[in-house]
Design a protein around this ligand. Structure first.
Ligand code: F6R
Length: 339
């Protein structure tokens, strides 16, 4: 029996905890060399391959003394040096921005690791003698987040960049396994509210910024809709003035506020005040609280809920959640132009 693209995407989203467990295991046994002292960790990756790095960055901001930078472009920052740990993440291994960043990191003499399922990056890194941590093939990159995230986190832990997250990883896996069915039911309700409206996702702590980004990317790619994101409290100093203008989509906006127990109490008050002041500017506001004990589990409680919402919205809209024809067409044109 063949299943629809959207059902296949749902299966993949539901497998997020198993992916995290398997990615962590693979990275534990990968040959990556010795731990070192680095001046920074820089991770290059685009789209579905970059978001895992942003989630790691969000977790490390409050835990790690070494700065972490995520590069979503062709060029690496000027500060990258021979003392920098550089990780190139490309699921396909063929993304030109990531390959360009990788080539620049080589020239700067960085300590390099590649995370990929193969492609050009896998080939080049292996030829150059850099460790290649493999992720399984055959998935859309955005649906391999569990593998990409856990592989990256455990790899940089082993290299001494940050403390271990073993218990957080285990808790995230347990929480997602135990809650995924009920989250799916909730996701259907949320998707019904969003259908036909513009979702605006607000993060309320810097750890959640990457989660809001993940919601946006999944709503874009799986459900084929626009989505806007911003962070509190920064929003309060600019975007608050633009809410509801132009009037269309004004009342067609659904605000989704992502909250966590680390959200500053003042930021919570800011959110409630903004929602009150701008009442005319949206149709509905939802407040979604993270679940779980560890920061890692809390992050993934909201990541998985967002992924499920994107698939359920695709279903409501009659979209195939696997289909990303415009991205494919653009990549084709860029490859042709290379000459
Ligand atoms: C496709 C997807 C895209 C890709 C991006 C980079 O599922 O999520 O955002 O992740 O185009 O490609 P990779 O991940 O192969 O480097």
């Amino acid at each position: 029996m063949t299943i629809s693209g959207t059902d296949r995407m749902l299966e993949l989203v539901m497998s997020l905890p198993e992916q995290i467990a398997s990615g962590a295991k693979a990275a534990c046994s990968a040959r990556i060399g010795r731990a070192g002292r680095f001046d920074a960790v820089v991770v290059a990756g685009m789209g579905g391959s970059g978001i895992g790095a942003k989630i790691v960055q969000g977790l490390l901001l409050d835990e790690c003394r070494v700065p972490a930078y995520v590069c979503n472009d062709y060029d690496i920052p000027a500060a990258v040096s021979a003392k920098t740990l550089f990780v190139a993440v490309s699921y396909s291994g063929n993304t030109e921005e990531t390959l360009s960043a990788y080539a620049q990191a080589r020239k700067r003499g960085c300590r390099i690791i590649a995370i990929t399922s193969g492609g050009e990056l896998g080939r080049l890194a292996a030829e150059a003698g850099y460790p290649v941590v493999a992720v399984p093939t055959g998935m859309p990159p955005r649906a391999a987040l569990g593998h990409l995230f856990a592989t990256l986190l455990v790899t940089i832990e082993r290299l001494g960049v940050c403390e271990g997250h073993q218990s957080g990883l285990e808790e995230a896996v347990r929480l997602m396994r135990g809650s995924r069915r009920s989250w799916l039911v909730r996701a259907r309700t949320i998707a019904k509210h969003i259908d036909g409206r513009l979702p605006i996702v607000y993060s309320t702590s810097r750890m959640l910024d990457a989660v809001a980004d993940r919601w946006r990317c999944q709503l874009n790619e799986n459900a084929g809709v626009l989505c806007h994101t911003n962070s509190f409290p920064e929003h309060n100093h600019n975007e608050i003035m633009g809410m509801g203008c132009p009037e269309h989509p004004g009342r067609n906006v659904v605000v989704i506020a992502l909250l966590d127990r680390e959200t500053n109490a003042r930021t919570r008050y800011r959110l409630e005040s903004v929602l009150d002041i701008t009442e005319e500017a949206y149709y509905l506001a939802m407040r979604l609280e993270s679940e779980g004990r560890s920061r890692l589990a809390r992050v993934f409680s909201l990541v998985m809920l967002g992924d499920l919402v994107s698939v359920e919205l695709a279903r409501l809209r009659g979209e195939d959640a696997m289909e990303i024809d415009r991205i494919v067409e653009l990549k084709r044109r860029m490859a042709q132009k290379r000459g």
